[in-house]
Each structure stands twice: as structure tokens, then as C-alpha cells.
Design a protein around this ligand. Structure first.
Ligand code: UDP
Length: 323
């Protein structure tokens, strides 16, 4: 009993999501007790199914845009990871996306303040919008269209960063901000519309790969285990300014499609579709701050990470792939 009391306790909002569930696995392996909160709008209970019966894990179904009630709980860390995160999701859920970035951040910061916990905000490379500086460093303020279709996500996260810094400066809450760049790996939703599940799903079913625009736009993909390692190190640091976590290995979307066709051995062709509004033309993290402050850099090679991800989707497709 005494041992249990001494374990650090972490709250993870969005705990049934892709990143949230991997973060929970890491926290449990580091000896934390974890309370996951998720309203399951885009999260999937299957991502945390393996934790059923784990005495250090507790799940609460709740929308964190509403007041979070956790009386009598000692809490050491609050990780705010809840949000629709794929462009298709936040186009379908524009108001919940704005609310969880704004009201959800306010509520989770309030929880952290009340519990004297460390607060970690999952922010995003979308804060840089369609960037005019390349690669993106944390001191770049971004190029975001506030009223475009992506504005609901980008501006909610920018507001969330502003709110986090205000709680840090005014209420002295111990805060962190991680700007997450494109991440891939097992537990992404097959049909979430993001390029990694889209291309792998299409390749594995022998369909053409849907490249938007001419495919010359770039992204830099980080394997989930690397990302979670960076986030954990940031949480354990004492650094309050935003930190980019991502893999600087940049490629065009057309190159990415060709790699997926090559690695899966699919016979798929490429089908060019219209480019979505405000789709960033380039994206690559400058990770010198993470290297210097956290001693972190990604380790998993693209070929290795993508093979694990393809394997995951192969199994998901076999299991009917209902999500
Ligand atoms: N994309 C694509 N085909 C798809 C899905 C996405 O060509 O089926 C492109 C999209 O236009 C963007 C990039 O891939 O340039 C990454 O898109 P994603 O939705 O994964 O996330 P984003 O980085 O835009 O937030």
C-alpha cells in the first residue's frame, strides 16, 4: 500500500488516442499510476484494451471541455493530449476541436494548478501554419490563416499555448509545451484520413494512392516510440518554452507514396487529387533545442518504423478495420 502511494500519478487526456495510449504505456513502464480521460470521439478503446485489469491504470470516459472532477486524487502530472488531430477529423468536428483546445486546456490547467501538478501541453507544428521559415525553429511565430478550414485546430493550439504560458507566468504552474510534428506508428486509425494510414491502407488493398496536389509538398515523419521518448524527457525536464519534437528526415508526399509502394510490394499506382485548402507546402522540425535541452534525438530509421506500422495495418485490415 505504501509503495502504491509513492508512485507518481499522471492524468492523460486523450488517453485512448494514438499518442495518448503510447504515452500511457511509457508512463506505466516508468512506474507511474495513470488516469486516462477520453470521450472516445476519435479515440479507440482498443488502444488501451491491453491495460484492462492493470491496477495502476484507470479510465474515465469524459469530455475534458467540461469541468474535470477528480477529488481526493493526488496528481503529479497532467498531460493534455485530447483533440481531434487529423485534418479530416477537425473539419468534421470544428467546434469540439476549438473547445478542447481552448476550454479543455483551461480545465486541465485548472486541474494542474489545483493539484500542484506539472502540466504538459500537446501542441503542434500546425502552430507554424504554412511556414515561411524552413526548417521551423521554436522562435518562428508562424503563418496561420485564422479563418481557413485548418484554423479551428491551429488557432485552438495557439490559444492553448498562450493559456499555458499565462498559467505558468501568472499562477506559477510548472508547464511544458511540446510541438509535435507528423508522427506515425501502430494505433493510428486506418481511416483517419492522414497520409500514413491512407497510403498504407490503399497499398495493402491494391488501390491507387491518393496524392493531394502534385505531391511536391513535404513532411517529416517521426516514429511514435521516438516521439514519446522526447515527450517523456521534456516532462521530466524543467524547461518551459515550447520544444519541437519530430524527425527532421524530410520527404515529398510523392516520394512517401513511392516508398510505401516499394516497401509493401504493392502494384498500386498514384492517383492525383486536389490539394486541400491551406495545406502547408513544407514542414521540417529544427530539433536543435530538443538536442540541447533534453539530449534527445530520434533513433528509429524510417524503413524500420514504417515496416512495423505496415504490419499493424495489415492486421487491422484482417480484423475488418472497422475504425
Ligand atoms: N495527403 C495526401 N493524400 C492523402 C492524405 C494526405 O497526399 O490521402 C497529403 C496532405 O495533403 C498533406 C500531407 O499528405 O500534404 C500530410 O497530410 P496529413 O493529413 O497526414 O497531415 P498534415 O501534415 O497535413 O497535418
Amino acid at each position: 500500500m505504501a509503495e502504491k502511494k509513492s508512485k507518481p500519478v499522471s492524468v492523460v487526456t486523450g488517453g485512448a488516442g494514438f499518442l495518448g495510449s503510447h504515452l500511457i504505456d511509457r508512463l506505466l513502464s516508468e512506474g507511474h499510476r495513470v488516469i486516462a480521460i477520453d470521450n472516445l470521439v476519435t479515440g479507440n478503446p482498443a488502444n488501451i484494451g491491453h491495460l484492462a485489469g492493470n491496477k495502476d491504470f484507470h479510465f474515465v470516459k469524459h469530455n475534458v471541455s467540461n469541468f474535470i472532477f477528480l477529488p481526493n486524487e493526488k496528481i503529479d502530472y497532467v498531460f493534455h493530449f485530447a483533440s481531434p488531430a487529423s485534418p479530416i477529423d477537425y473539419l468534421e468536428l470544428p467546434i469540439p476541436t476549438l473547445k478542447v483546445g481552448a476550454l479543455g486546456t483551461h480545465n486541465t490547467l485548472g486541474l494542474a494548478k489545483d493539484k500542484k501538478a506539472t502540466f504538459i501541453l500537446a501542441s503542434t507544428s500546425e502552430c507554424y501554419g504554412d511556414p515561411l521559415v524552413h526548417p521551423q525553429k521554436e522562435d518562428y511565430w508562424g503563418n496561420v490563416n485564422p479563418i481557413g478550414p485548418r484554423g479551428v485546430y491551429d488557432e485552438a493550439k495557439r490559444f492553448a499555448e498562450a493559456m499555458t504560458m499565462a498559467y505558468h507566468r501568472y499562477h506559477k504552474v510548472d508547464t511544458r509545451i511540446v510541438r509535435i510534428f507528423n508522427t506515425y506508428g501502430p494505433r493510428m486509425r486506418l481511416r483517419d484520413g492522414r497520409v500514413v494510414p491512407a497510403f498504407i491502407g490503399q497499398a495493402l488493398s491494391g488501390k491507387p494512392l491518393s496524392v493531394f496536389g502534385d505531391g511536391s509538398q513535404t513532411r517529416s515523419f517521426c516514429y511514435v516510440a521516438d516521439l514519446i521518448d522526447g515527450i517523456f524527457k521534456l516532462a521530466m525536464s524543467d524547461f518551459h518554452e515550447p520544444v519541437n519534437i519530430g524527425n527532421p528526415r524530410e520527404m515529398t508526399i510523392k516520394q512517401f507514396a513511392e516508398e510505401i509502394i516499394r516497401i509493401t510490394g504493392a502494384r498500386s499506382t498514384i492517383d492525383y487529387k486536389p490539394l486541400p485548402v491551406d495545406d502547408p507546402q513544407v514542414r521540417q522540425p529544427d530539433i536543435s533545442r530538443a538536442k540541447k535541452v533534453l539530449g534527445w534525438e530520434p533513433k528509429v530509421r524510417f524503413e524500420e518504423g514504417i515496416k512495423k506500422t505496415i504490419e499493424y495495418f495489415r492486421n487491422a485490415l484482417k480484423g475488418a478495420g472497422s475504425n
